[in-house]
Design a protein around this ligand. Structure first.
Ligand SMILES: Nc1ncnc2c1ncn2[C@@H]1O[C@H](COP(=O)(O)OP(=O)(O)OP(=O)(O)O)[C@@H](O)[C@H]1O
Ligand SMILES: [Mg+2]
Length: 368
């Protein structure tokens, strides 16, 4: 039997990759940022290199590939070192594309896959569709709260309702920065780099039940002590709650936008036919690393329920019990693994023959 296809979801912060085995987490979860070694020797990519180091390269920003040379190195690393493909005997690949990926970027990707990596078959699908598949559905509204962006994308019968999509370039990386600015004031003598800040954020950030609760916590002025891996101790005040609150009240950071659930409701009101609006709001797929913040799902469910009626029950979908524990954190990858098990055996993918005959723009007709 041929080896499974490789599935890749390369995010602004974390790359998730592995052979298509949907019952388990991706084999490889690594930082997308890397430090470049001399002459771009791929074996010297520093996996501990974080994007705050001076010579670090981050090929993906806010979900889009912006440094193709670095991206090629990263793919090469993943294929041959990370997952063990052999040169000359490459397998098939399914790419979980970021929402709003430009056509030209799709063409460039397929070109690199066939011409540089000689893949044996190619398919690409947008991430929100895959996230909905991951929870066993073909319709649902994906809300991906990631590192570089928040994407709200209604998916109806396997297709994205593009006119209703919403993207915000305020997400995990901005929360890390916000925390950094607050801690620089409250702990002026402790120097913290971006990596340390991100770890602190993941440990202390909390989304409270509602804005009243938030106001109370701010007024309380309670402070906790947080011990860093090197033993230093810092104090963290109400900023830990602000990290969760700001997504519901963007005005806290001077952003004049509606909060995340209000945006969701507005997005769904644009979906057609109108009959699909109810099933979409009743099947919200909340995913992405930032959505794993403590209390986040409960707050989200509470806020979105405010838009309910006796016959309309907005709700966040729970993954089926047999799915891996981190299904929502890795939903695009897992959905990709599920789809790969269908697309390749049924020959719905792009082959080298298709590519040679029609060129890179065949990708728009055959995928998505
Ligand atoms: N417990 C937590 N609390 C808050 N944030 C968290 C937590 N766990 C992970 N995160 C954040 O989730 C983000 C990574 O999420 P994810 O892997 O979905 O992003 P990505 O796919 O790399 O980026 P994007 O999809 O935006 O391009 C990081 O900012 C990380 O700090
Ligand atoms: Mg992502």
């Amino acid at each position: 039997m041929a080896a499974e296809a490789i599935v890749i979801d390369a995010g602004s912060r974390l790359l998730k990759a592995g052979f298509a085995i949907p019952e388990q987490d991706p084999q490889l979860v690594m930082q997308t940022a890397m430090t470049k070694a001399d002459e771009g020797d791929i074996d010297k990519i520093d996996l501990n290199g974080d994007d705050w180091k001076e010579n670090a390269v981050n090929p993906i920003e806010r979900g889009a590939i912006h440094d193709w040379e670095a991206m090629e190195d990263l793919w090469r690393y993943v294929f041959y070192t990370g997952l063990g493909w052999e040169v000359g005997n490459e397998g098939q690949i399914l790419i979980a594309d970021s929402l709003l990926t430009r056509k030209i970027a799709r063409e460039k990707t397929v070109q690199l896959m066939f011409e540089t990596f000689n893949v044996n078959g190619f398919y690409a699908v947008e991430q929100p569709v895959l996230s909905v598949y991951a929870v066993g559905r073909i319709s649902g509204c994906a809300v991906d709260v990631g590192h570089g962006k928040i994407d709200i994308a209604p998916v109806w019968e396997g297709g994205i309702q593009h006119n209703a999509v919403k993207r915000f370039e305020y997400a995990g990386q901005d929360l890390t920065e916000l925390l950094g600015a607050k801690l620089a004031k409250s702990n002026p003598h402790t120097k913290l780099d971006g990596f340390a800040l991100e770890q602190i954020k993941e440990a202390v950030a909390v989304s409270l039940d509602d804005s009243v609760d938030y106001e109370k916590k701010v007024a309380d002025g309670s402070v906790i002590e947080h011990t860093l891996p090197d033993g230093r101790v810092i104090s963290v005040g109400s900023e830990r709650y602000t990290l969760g609150e700001v997504l519901y009240q963007p005005s806290l950071v001077e952003i004049q936008e509606y909060g995340i659930t209000e945006q969701l409701v507005r997005s769904l009101s644009l979906c057609s036919p109108a009959e699909c609006q109810k099933p979409l709001i009743e099947n919200i797929v909340l995913c992405g690393g930032t959505s794993t913040m403590k209390g986040f799902e409960a707050r989200f469910q509470k806020e979105v329920s405010l838009h309910g009626t006796p016959s309309l029950r907005p709700s966040v979908v729970k993954p089926p019990e047999y799915m891996p524990e981190r299904t929502l954190q890795y939903s695009a990858w897992i959905g990709g693994a599920i789809l790969a098990k269908v697309v390749f055996p049924q020959n719905q993918h792009l082959t080298k023959g298709d590519y040679d005959e029609y060129g890179p723009n065949i990708v728009h007709r055959k995928c998505y």
